[in-house]
Write a protein that binds this ligand. Structure first.
Ligand code: IPE
Ligand code: IPE
Ligand code: MG
Length: 230
């Protein structure tokens, strides 16, 4: 079983377009898929699930769409808390929360607090997240430690730098899934993806079910991971 699974939830807009619906209805249906996938991943015994919900680049979308996504987030998290409790899932956020609208920050902080003692799967929601920004943030934290005399430049290596990532405890990604047919990383967890198995499916996120998750896991189980060895 992959220990850490990460998903780029893509294709909401195209799903809506194919049904002659506005883009936002794709987001609304997409948000509902999250509960099923979080529960299924937890049932499978996956230790950590990272979901890409909003990138640092997504601010460039029309303001109406961005506000809709933010309000959806608030609505969804309010409902989701019950499920997180039932499954003993712990919510963590990767990304700059302080740049999100106040109501979103409030509900997120409440949910983090209510689930922080859970010992089941870690649900890493990537919000206002950028992979390059995370690495840059890690570098600036390390530099601060050097300035404060708590770290020597000579001590900085991959292992040490990875301690300054947003959630170092979650570790590297075993399996990365992207829905909707695009085959790119789009500034997702760049550091953690260094040796991941990649799985691309044409299924759009609003249609992605736990069966699709299982298919991805089964494909992963047939892969041979080498990590540079033979
Ligand atoms: C993914 O669906 C959701 C977010 C990026 C927030 P998209 O909105 O990117 O859907 P497409 O790619 O336009 O179909
Ligand atoms: C990546 O999807 C971001 C999220 C799923 C949150 P995008 O739809 O924004 O990515 P690009 O622009 O097609 O690369
Ligand atoms: Mg997209």
């Amino acid at each position: 079983m992959p220990s850490h699974v990460a998903i780029i939830m893509d294709g909401n807009g195209r799903w809506a377009k194919s049904k002659h619906l506005p883009r936002i209805s794709g987001h609304a249906v997409g948000a509902k898929r999250i509960s099923e996938i979080v529960a299924a991943a937890s049932d499978l015994g996956i230790k950590a699930l990272s979901l890409y919900a909003f990138s640092t680049e997504n601010w460039s979308r029309p303001q109406k769409e961005v506000s809709f996504l933010m309000s959806l987030l608030v609505k969804h998290l309010k409902k989701e808390l019950k499920n997180l409790i039932r499954k003993n899932v712990k919510l963590v956020i990767s990304g700059h929360l302080e740049e999100l609208p106040q109501p979103a920050q409030k509900i997120i902080n409440q949910t983090i607090e209510s689930s922080q003692h859970h010992h089941g799967m870690v649900f890493n929601l990537c919000l206002n997240y950028g992979g390059r920004r995370e690495i840059a943030d890690a570098c600036s934290l390390a530099v601060k430690q050097v300035i404060d005399g708590k770290l020597l430049i000579a001590e900085i290596n991959e292992k040490v730098l990875s301690r300054y990532l947003y959630h170092p405890e979650i570790g590297d990604i075993d399996l990365m899934i992207r829905t909707s047919g695009e085959e790119r990383i789009s500034n997702f967890l760049l550091w953690q993806l260094a040796y991941s198995e990649l799985y691309f499916t044409s299924v759009r996120w609003p249609d992605f079910t736990k069966i699709d998750l299982l298919k991805a896991v089964l494909t992963y189980q047939k892969r041979e991971r080498r990590f540079g060895g033979i």
